[in-house]
Design a binder for this molecule. Sequence first.
Ligand code: ZN
Length: 96
Amino acid sequence: MTEHNESGGPHSQSDVEQAHCERRLEELYAYLDAEVSAEEAAMIRRHVADCDPCAIEEKLEQVVRQLLRRSCVSEAPVTLRTRIVQEISVTRVRRY
Ligand SMILES: [Zn+2]
């Protein structure tokens, strides 16, 4: 019994999903900035609900935004933002 045929096709499911996610991430940032319509926001939320990489990205972005807001700077220096993202990324990599 063979469930998988290795010569099934040149495009694996994950390739397609990754390209799909890259577009979604751009929309995700717009969504977090409240720059999308209610319809788009619903679509993005639905995607994030069953896409782990995007869910992680959304959480990461929300944490960064919260930290920046809490630090009471209207425009946080890029270096601070980069440091936060790096710290969270390191934690994420270690966990896997
Ligand atoms: Zn995704």
